[in-house]
Write a protein of this length. Structure first.
Length: 123
């Protein structure tokens, strides 16, 4: 059973901690990873963080350290939901980049690939 929730803070050995006993990098000592630290270190946005936390809990549950009251299906559904939001946002961002490139061409300003092509002609 997991540690009891206490005013928003988790105490003791809880589902958001993972012992890394044999790090891949031989120069790194064993350590305890915390889900939130990784989210912040990677500067994840809200949907990425929620997806990551649900995936973390899903894996912790298989080790018998799941969040009290959660089921694996619940967390799997959360991964799917927030993963879809990440996909939509990423595709939207890609469209904005493409639209931005089109607007630069429309305005008569060369875009990066055009500049590269001009540089290659002089070689």
């Amino acid at each position: 059973m997991s540690a009891k929730l206490n005013g928003g803070k988790l105490e003791g050995k809880h589902y958001y901690l993972a012992d890394v006993t044999n790090p891949i990098n031989s120069k790194v000592e064993p350590y305890v990873a915390e889900c939130s630290d990784i989210i912040e270190a990677l500067d994840m946005n809200f949907n990425e963080g929620e997806c990551f936390k649900a995936l973390w809990r899903l894996a912790a549950s298989r080790q018998g350290r799941g969040k009290q009251g959660n089921t694996e299906v619940y967390d799997a559904d959360k991964v799917a939901h927030y993963g879809m939001r990440v996909a939509v946002q990423t595709k939207q961002k890609e469209k904005e980049v493409t639209l931005d490139a089109v607007m630069k061409v429309w305005q008569g300003k060369p875009i990066e690939w055009e500049l590269d092509a001009m540089d290659n002609r002089n070689e």
